[in-house]
Design a protein around this ligand. Sequence first.
Ligand code: SF4
Length: 424
Amino acid sequence: MGKKIQLVYATPEGELRLEPELRALAAAGEEYWELTGDDLIPLPPGASLFCLPERQPLGLEDATGEVAIIDEPGLTAVAAILPQGYTRTLLPAYRRRPGAPPLPLFGYTAVAAMDGDLYVAARQTDEDEKWNPLVYNTPDLPGLIQKKLAAHPANRILRQLAKCAREYRCFTAQNIFYRRWEGGIPVSPGCNARCLGCISKQAAECCPSPQGRIAFRPSVAEVVEVALPHLSAVDAIISFGQGCEGEPLLAWEVIKEAITALRRETAGGTININTNAGLPDVLAALAGAGLDSARISLFSADPAAYRLYHRPQGYSLEEVGASIDRLRRESVFVALNLLVMPGFTDLKSQMEKFFAFLAAHPVNMIQLRNLNIDPELLWERLKKGGLDLSGEPAGISTFLAELGKRFPELLVGNYSRAVPKHAE
Ligand code: SF4
């Protein structure tokens, strides 16, 4: 008889409680999933726990195996938000109280307890050395920010990154001040998509966007002033396309001129772009200028689901495929930033479409991103859009195993790598 896997919930004061009578339950899409030891890993360092307001905890009755609800006023379900390097495999199970507002944009993960310790339904899918929260927000950071701002008082990008580092605690903003690893350079106030889970501008009106979007388009000189010193840092990557901006391709002239100017000065580091890849010609032009890598966000390789989630303006999944092919022809390292949602990504129909897309448009890497959105809001929008969500989810672990089996050469992880010049 395996260890008892207990339901965890929270009191109105936010204190955690274990329910002795109920076994822990999780969800994949709208399906309930009884948690087993195989589904769980210990709560990773750097994870956060959230009470889910107006969401009543659900568990399984020991005796009957029936789904039961903890129906006491003020008691709420609990979820974990995982640090980088971990991919969620199951969602928390709860019942939303009528009229409850949507949950904010986070990647909610199922939590349970065994022998009094906390566990989550997740897999470690990458090393977290460079993304461990313990190496950020350190006591020396404010001084480093102040020093850089004093050295470049007129640089609007640095002022934006100081705000992102301090207020949003953004790691790629902080890395510009720490002068290491992946540093972000926002350049675009506009976007040619309206993703449901956009964190910089909530066109989906689901909830406040956690970050403001920049309101200026920087000059080439401002970009070079920030990027050049960073490219000689340890494992340096500069990334256009950050959480505080729209689509960087809409500022391509600035990026192209900046890459040209940077590569005149140094061959060091990796120049990367995080993009929706809706403009293949523009991406090909940036590749010609010296772009090293591109990370392309993708919710689904099903054209209908892609349209419903990303709500592209003036392009479609077809252009995304064309962008990948053009970039690979230019030997740019291409990663797909797959927005993972248990109960959707692992639907057989979605898995087959994704694998077919990968076969048609080969890439170098899959980055797994826990999709930050209220799951119920997402199902509602997808169903309202007429998407067929039927079928039993296979499980995210099964999806990952199948991905590895079908594409053994593919690098799978959670974040961008410094890539050697023009990866073959
Ligand atoms: S492409 Fe990026 S900036 Fe544009 S709507 Fe989507 S998430 Fe937001």
